[in-house]
Design a protein around this ligand. Sequence first.
Ligand code: MN
Length: 193
Amino acid sequence: MTHEMPKLPYASNALEPVISQQTVEFHYGKHLQTYVNNLNNMVKGTPYETKGLEAIVATAPDGAIYNNAGQVLNHTLYFLQFNPKPASTVPTGKLAELINRDFGSFEDFKKAFTAEAVALFGSGWAWLSVDKNGKLVITKEANGGNPVRAGLKPLLGFDVWEHAYYLDYQNRRADHLAALWNIIDWEVVGNRL
Ligand code: MN
C-alpha cells in the first residue's frame, strides 16, 4: 500500500504564534514528506509492502523501515491533533472523566505530561495513550517510537525533536510545550479513545 501525507485541516499559518508558518512548512512539508517518501521506497519488495502503517510500527524490527513508519504515524497523529480555535480548551466527555480518574485533574495531567516531555533527553516524543484495560498512561519514546509498539493506543503526542520548535523557540523547549496546549483539539483527541 502507498502511504500518504495527512491532509492538514488548517492553513499553514493558522497555528501562529504557537507554531509558525515556517515551522509547519519545514516540519510537515519537508520532514514528514521525507519520512513518507522513505517509507514508500523502503517497503517495496519487503513483507511490509502490503501492511498498514500501525502494523508496520507494531511489528517491524528496529531499523530504517521501523524508524520511518514510526515517524509517519507519529506526525500524522501530531498534525491532526491541532486546531487554531478548538471548541474546548480542556478535555470533555469520556476523556475528561478518564483524565480526572487516572491523574486527579486536567491540571495535574498537564503537569505530569509536560514534565516527561521537558525531561526527555535528546530527540523523541511524549505520549498520552490508553492501555488494553482502559487506563490512561503517559510514556516517553526515543527517536521515532510510538506507543502502538507496546500495545497501547496513542491519543496525544508532543514532538520534542528540535525540528518541531527550534525555528520558533530555539532552546526553549518548555516554552514551546506550554504553548502547545492552546491549540490541542480535544474533540479529535477524545475521538481516538
Ligand atoms: Mn517531528
